[in-house]
Design a binder for this molecule. Sequence first.
Ligand code: PM9
Length: 459
Amino acid sequence: MNTDYYPAEPYRIKSVETIRMNTREEREKLIKEAGYNTFLLNSEDVYIDLLTDSGTNAMSDRQWAGMMMGDEAYAGSRNFFHLKETVQEIFGFKYIVPTHQGRGAENILSQIAIKPGQYVPGNMYFTTTRYHQERNGGNFVDIIIDQAHDASLDIPFKGNIDLSKLQRLIDEKGAENIAYVCLAVTVNLAGGQPVSMKNMREVRELTNKYGIKVFYDATRCVENAYFIKEQEESYADKSIKDIVYEMFSYADGCTMSGKKDCLVNIGGFLCMNDEHLYNDAKELVVVYEGMPSYGGLAGRDMEAMAIGLRESIQFEYIEHRVKQVRYLGNRLLEVGIPIIEPIGGHAIFLDARRFCSHLTQEQFPAQSLAATLYLYSGVRSMERGIISAGRSKETGENHKPKLETVRLTIPRRVYSYRQMDYVANAVIHLYSERDRIKGLKFVYEPKQLRFFTARFEEI
Ligand code: PM9
């Protein structure tokens, strides 16, 4: 792999948004007021915003032009048909139900495809996905390969499903008690790690034997396709479009947060091939989102999503995207900063266990590291560790994930390499003073998805 090659931006900039750096004294006050939770900071108080790559994309001139072509009819908008044709062509599914964002699709899928008490195996959990599965009586079971939980292990396709874990679950619980396999491409909380085509094919073969459905979380599927092209034998000469198509040929459907790989600021959808499931989904989409031809979105948003999806499968775009993330990661690795390896598709994950080795996991090292990075530099990041993992629905105890990380998430087409340098220098400086990072405790703990709104104070 040639990691030293960082392509220049395959776009030029015609609209800019000014960002401002505040003082350390101001930030000290602001992060305290925000309860040491970076989600509770105002965006205007942030210099470089790496909280998330969700909905933070810069849209192209063509997407903005498409916004002006919005057909805002209540039913049967032409933009829906454009989106439907685009998704059918790129993913190959028969049916598509638009939703306001990814979790809208997860809500509907979980309700129509899970019977209370059933198991939902997946390649590591995602917060909103698992929440909807559990809310509908499902039991999430992590069947990702063990190596995915080891931050420093540098092996390809660390998002793969462990087929023996899946087989064991089928043998122990019975195929009829498995709602479906939820396969995320890429795996966000494992560090944006991809799944190989071989693994997707094998999961399909195994589930076919038992008649078990497979739904993909397609959120970052184009990034996954890039890794397949770069690292999997026999895919080097295939187009990203062909790789994406083959990936989804091994699935029965998918949920999609368009806010990531569809290059938009809002939107999502649910896809499937099964007509009965589609009819069930249509009945629910009118309850939670809107007509099946808009699903909580304006016509213009569906148009921007259709155009963005096509742009995201352009090789020049996705190569630059993945390499820019890799640039930041390699700057940190060069000087020995502990991060999840290999570098994934959408973010760099600082390994807070090693970064803050003076703190225990119960002292919330990743939460504190994210807050302190903001204090030092105005860079906003996000905790992805014990706080995000939440509590077990059975025991009420904290889930204690092996990966205790801070995510520096790179928005698409937004920041320059020079801004990545600023971030790298800030992290390197903080690393040299890491023993000053203090532990935190809850002062407010929400019952669900607590990372969004929890508040903390220093121990
Ligand atoms: N991901 C992220 O920042 C935004 C919510 S958490 C701050 O990573 C996957 C793999 C996601 C995801 C959102 C969703 C939900 C599903 N699957 O945010 O509802 O990364 O569009 O999508 C976020 P929505």
